[in-house]
Design a protein around this ligand. Structure first.
Ligand SMILES: Cc1cc2nc3c(=O)[nH]c(=O)nc-3n(C[C@H](O)[C@H](O)[C@H](O)COP(=O)(O)OP(=O)(O)OC[C@H]3O[C@@H](n4cnc5c(N)ncnc54)[C@H](O)[C@@H]3O)c2cc1C
Ligand code: SF4
Length: 572
């Protein structure tokens, strides 16, 4: 049996193993290989190579069988993923289908996943904002969850490091609640977005800025981006198909091929990590057990250091399933908090309106970005009856319609001619949710997936804090829209909508100062198993309002730097 063959074991032994090849795993692969580590990247999904595996990227709208829409039968068979705005005919092949990867919803939760090389980095909307000092201080100040073991100053240089490589466009806005980064030139705001910003500056004395979104697009590439084989973004806004220019940051366009070029990376796709192996005598992890996605055969790989980057909830699953005599409730789980204090973002509600000005101006052309309202509630002091705050997206574009009156030739002509209506304005909430012990994930005791791995049971819901935040968003945005002279203002909340569709689930393996109440130390290292690092959303102690992936990238690069230094010092 090759299993016991010494050469075979040698072939399966690496310096480092990275579990997952998405946004955070890609960064772990790049950093570890860049520091000379022979690194195995394990990915449960199929291989997706940059450009060659983007089958829809150059298609015209009429070349799709269903003109870009999802057929009813597919929607009916996939009620969960169909609720995601990006699950359309051009990108459906990058999404997990409901029946193929079952999980247990103890409470309704729309779990949106991308299982392939690149993970969700092929699907994301690329919004990338830094956290501020107020976000890292939040739990300590407001008394929710546990204190972060790091401050903004600890992570700021790592934000700069990843921003320069990934390429982040943005404007230097000088806001204390949203620190500036290493920006490429910003996209432009539409005239109504600018107008709204001017009105808010006047009415709120600068306290409610409306800025252009900061996003991972090469608006003006630097040499480091050309070195990656990437080129300037062409503003096609077809990003979820995969971008043949590498115009936006994805693992596939950036970190994975970079790691590949080092000659130090072995990438194994179709490899479902079952669990992490722990050696009681050595007091550390020795490798991972993998199930081949197609043959379902089990095989083990070994390494000195393991990075777990399977995306927040799958990382929880892997650790919970990594049981040994020493860790009967999951690897590193001496505190008993593994799987608990899961939090997410509250994207449940939005507001819309119209503006009757700027009737001589239209929006033609496309921009893969929109405007952004940074958090303005409870930033410097507690001022509402709910904890923390919300940011919001904001966009304005001209409404178009066709005149459908008339008959025959007249009707044909008017249908062919686009007419412009008022400007349409809209904003959606991006609320911070409070990590609570009662929001948890666990392994189901009965049900397994097709690879024999226990299914994940998700028990996560909105709470009173979220409801109060939604009410405040409606009140504040209505006030702001009214002050700007917008009309036909409508709020749109769906109280029975399940959480999850924000796709920013976090926590369960949180960082913290005290091993009794947290899983990871300030370098994302398991307190109780020092050679295992968790740097995806599972590590997050709290969620802030910002889109999270930039912070995962920065934490990953920082942890990889520390891990290699510790290895060299023979501390791991
Ligand atoms: C439509 C959409 C829009 C989004 N917009 C934004 C945005 O604007 N800004 C933002 O910051 N974030 C956004 N996100 C979220 C963002 O994509 C995630 O935060 C990010 O991808 C998380 O990185 P990750 O490495 O943790 O996980 P992923 O990128 O999902 O990668 C995890 C990888 O691990 C693999 N894996 C899982 N389990 C196993 C296993 N057992 N064995 C082996 N491999 C495994 C998966 O197949 C996957 O490839 C969006 C997501 C979607 C879908
Ligand atoms: S908008 Fe830019 S990044 Fe997106 S698909 Fe077009 S060229 Fe690529």
């Amino acid at each position: 049996m090759s299993y016991f063959n010494i050469d075979s074991i040698k072939d399966r032994t690496f310096d480092a193993i990275v579990i997952g090849s998405g946004i955070s795993g890609g960064w772990a692969a790049k950093e570890l290989t860049g520091k000379g580590m022979r690194t195995l990247v394990l990915e449960r999904g199929r291989n997706v190579q940059h450009v060659t595996d983007y089958p829809t990227t150059l298609k015209n709208p009429w070349e799709f069988d269903h003109l870009g829409q999802m057929p009813k039968a597919v929607k009916d068979a996939n009620p969960i993923v169909s609720r995601c705005y990006a699950f359309n005919e051009d990108a459906a092949h990058f999404f997990v289908k409901d029946a193929e990867h079952p999980y247990v919803q103890e409470k309704p939760f729309d779990w949106i996943r991308g299982y392939q090389v690149g993970g969700k980095s092929l699907l994301w909307a690329r919004q990338t904002q830094r956290w501020s000092k107020y976000d890292f201080e939040g739990p300590a100040r407001d008394g929710f969850a546990v204190e972060w073991p790091i401050s903004y100053d600890d992570i700021a240089p790592w934000y700069s490091y990843v921003e320069k490589f990934a390429g982040i466009s943005g404007n230097k806005d000088g806001l204390p609640q949203l620190p500036d980064g290493e920006f490429l030139p910003p996209h432009e705001q539409s005239c109504v977005e600018k107008y709204f910003g001017e009105q808010m500056a006047k009415h709120y004395n600068g306290a409610r800025p409306i800025i252009i979104g900061r996003c991972a697009h090469l608006t003006k590439p630097n040499q480091i981006h050309y070195d990656q084989g990437r080129a300037q973004c062409q503003n096609r806004a077809l990003c979820q198909r995969g971008c043949p220019y590498g115009g936006y940051f994805s693992s596939n366009a950036s970190t994975i091929p970079w790691a590949q070029r080092s000659g130090k990376m072995t990438l194994k796709s179709d490899s479902v990590v079952h669990s992490i192996l722990y050696d009681e005598k050595l007091g550390k992890a020795t490798g991972v057990r993998v199930i081949d996605a197609n043959t379902k055969e089990a095989v083990e790989y070994y390494a000195k250091v393991i990075f777990v980057n399977a995306a927040a909830l799958n990382t929880n699953l892997i650790l919970l399933n990594s049981k040994s005599n020493r860790f009967q409730n999951g690897l590193g789980n001496d505190s008993g908090v593994l799987g608990k204090y899961v939090a997410f973002h509250n994207y449940r509600t939005s507001i819309s309106g119209e503006y009757e000005g700027f009737m001589d101006t239209t929006t033609e052309g496309i921009r893969p970005n929109s405007s952004y309202i940074p958090r303005f509630r409870n930033v410097f002091k507690q001022e509402t009856d709910f904890l923390r705050g919300y940011a919001a997206g904001f966009g304005a574009s001209r409404m178009t319609y066709n005149d459908r009156s008339g008959m025959g030739e007249d009707l044909k002509n008017s249908l062919a001619e686009k007419k412009y209506g008022n400007w349409r304005v809209g904003s959606h909430i991006m609320g911070e949710t409070i990590p609570k012990e009662t929001n948890y994930v666990a392994l189901d005791s009965q049900l397994t997936d097709p690879w024999g791995i226990p299914q994940l049971k998700i028990s996560v819901s909105y709470d009173d804090n979220d409801e109060k935040m939604i009410k405040d968003f409606h009140e504040q945005l209505t006030e702001m829209f009214t002050k700007a002279g917008f009309t036909n203002i409508k709020t749109n909340d769906i109280p029975n909508k399940a959480p999850g569709l924000d796709i920013h689930e976090m926590g369960g393996v949180r960082m913290g100062k005290d091993p009794k109440t947290s899983m990871l130390n300030k370098f994302n290292q398991l307190h109780a198993c020092k050679n295992v690092f968790v740097t995806d959303g599972a590590c997050m102690t709290s969620t802030a309002t910002q889109n999270p992936s930039l912070t995962y990238m920065a934490l990953t690069a920082r942890a990889a730097d520390y891990a290699v230094k510790q290895l060299k010092a023979k501390n791991l």
